[in-house]
Design a protein around this ligand. Structure first.
Ligand code: HEM
Length: 399
């Protein structure tokens, strides 16, 4: 059931960030006022947002909420996400269907597999930084570093052959420009189709090759389904990580004392990366759900079956009930229970790959560029405020 748009006036959602590092200013008062609030989505339907840490975490493991985009009442935030909902991928499945699909990909993300990607990611970062050094100043860190790092990591994960890498990078990079032409998406689709067909013909040791041999060759999965899964990994792991590289760099530049500490002691980097993930919470809108049964959140608030629910990870990550001094960026924070990668059955499958990429890139960048600084006033930066993922369009830097 979708609540009629004629309900009493409710605030519009998504709400906008004020300070780009902080979640929208309305979240703090909401956390104090109640467990859930009605909001109006861009398509004028009404859904609930849930601001408190404990409620968000509880809801994300509650079998009474569904990730199935085909259920009436699912809260779509953009027309693109409504369009993509027609594609069946495990991020949009519920138990018991979700588990077996997700498990096919788990072997590709084990600690051993991710560790094996380290040398290639490090070499890529070294090359990108060498190009940056040799190139003109100022430079845009988004195109020079933030996009190329996850491009290579995902190409490695999917087993893109070396000879096809330049084209793959051009297609994915092109899609990150503002308003990319539709043909570019079609070209990427054709590229991934050809890649999957090649894996089916000659399965190798990489993730797609293994799934092709185990699932497609046995008839358990169609070629089309594997194409769709490969695209899911690409879209889920690319812009997220790229946005974190650019915004994480910006966060460090805004906290020069902590940046100096990290430069002096790189062993602090893993904790710093998790703190960036918590502090920036770029993907909070990734966890939209629909209630499939009534959910009593207390304080007189009952979410009814069929209503859309958006647990607000960015609000949860700034909840003073869960984190001390939640609005401070502090690389020495010991609590690592943030929800930047979601929580529960759909918790990000690529979290360890993302962490590895971020650790490698920030360690090398701050080591090799001691004079790194913004090349434009902070106020001139253009942030991705209307997108599902928070980010920055360009990051002009000099050194
Ligand atoms: C799921 C965030 C990187 C693949 C998620 C979810 C979040 C998230 C919040 C939960 C969605 C939900 O509950 O519905 C992030 C962030 C990243 C990142 C902030 C980077 C810093 C990656 C990477 C990959 C990846 C590198 C793979 C290459 C996925 C997949 C899912 C997912 C496949 C769906 C899991 C499922 O439904 O079982 N991510 N992600 N992500 N992520 Fe990530």
């Amino acid at each position: 059931m979708t609540i009629e748009a004629t309900a009493p006036p409710v605030p519009d959602f998504p709400m906008r960030r004020g300070c780009p590092f902080d979640p929208p200013p309305q979240y703090g008062p909401m956390r104090e006022d109640g467990p859930a609030f009605r909001v109006r989505l861009p398509d004028t339907t009404i859904a609930w947002v849930v601001p408190r840490y404990d409620d968000v975490r509880r809801l994300l493991v509650d079998p009474r909420i569904s990730s199935d985009r085909t259920r009436p009442g699912y809260p779509f935030l953009t027309e693109d996400s409504r369009y993509l909902s027609k594609v069946r991928v495990f991020v949009g499945m519920d138990p018991p269907e979700h588990g077996p699909h997700r498990r096919m990909f788990i072997p590709g993300f084990t600690a051993r597999r991710i560790k094996a990607l380290r040398p290639a990611i490090e070499e890529n970062v070294t090359q990108r930084l060498a190009e940056l050094t040799a190139g003109p100043r100022p430079a845009d860190l988004v195109t020079a570093l933030a996009l190329p790092v996850p491009t290579l990591a995902i190409a490695q994960l999917l087993g893109v052959p070396d000879e096809d890498y330049t084209r793959f990078a051009a297609l994915t990079g092109g899609l990150m420009t503002e308003n990319p032409p539709r043909e570019l998406f079609d070209e990427l689709l054709a590229f991934v189709r050809a890649l999957v067909s090649a894996k089916c013909a000659e399965p190798g040791e990489d993730m797609l090759g293994r799934i092709a041999a185990e699932q497609v060759a046995t008839g358990a999965m169609s070629v089309h389904e594997l194409v769709v899964m490969a695209l899911l990994l690409l879209f889920a792991g690319y812009e997220t990580t790229a946005n974190m590289i650019a915004l994480g760099t910006l966060t460090l530049l805004q906290h020069p004392e902590q940046l100096a500490e990290l430069r002096a002691d790189p062993s602090l980097m893993p904790a710093a990366v998790d703190e960036m993930l918590r502090y920036l919470s770029i993907a909070e809108l990734a966890t939209c759900r629909t209630a499939v049964a009534d959910i009593d959140l207390g304080e007189g608030v009952v979410i009814r079956a069929g209503e859309g629910v958006i647990p607000l990870g960015a609000s949860a990550n700034r909840d003073p009930a869960a984190f001390e001094r939640p609005d401070e960026f502090d690389i020495h924070r010991t609590e690592r229970h943030h929800l930047a990668f979601g929580y529960g059955p759909h918790q990000c499958i690529g979290a360890n790959l993302a962490r590895l990429e971020l650790e490698i890139v920030f360690t090398a960048l701050i080591r090799d560029f001691p004079g790194l600084r913004l090349a434009v006033p902070f106020g001139e930066l253009r942030f991705k405020r209307d997108a599902n993922l928070f980010g920055v369009h360009e990051l002009p830097v000099t050194w």
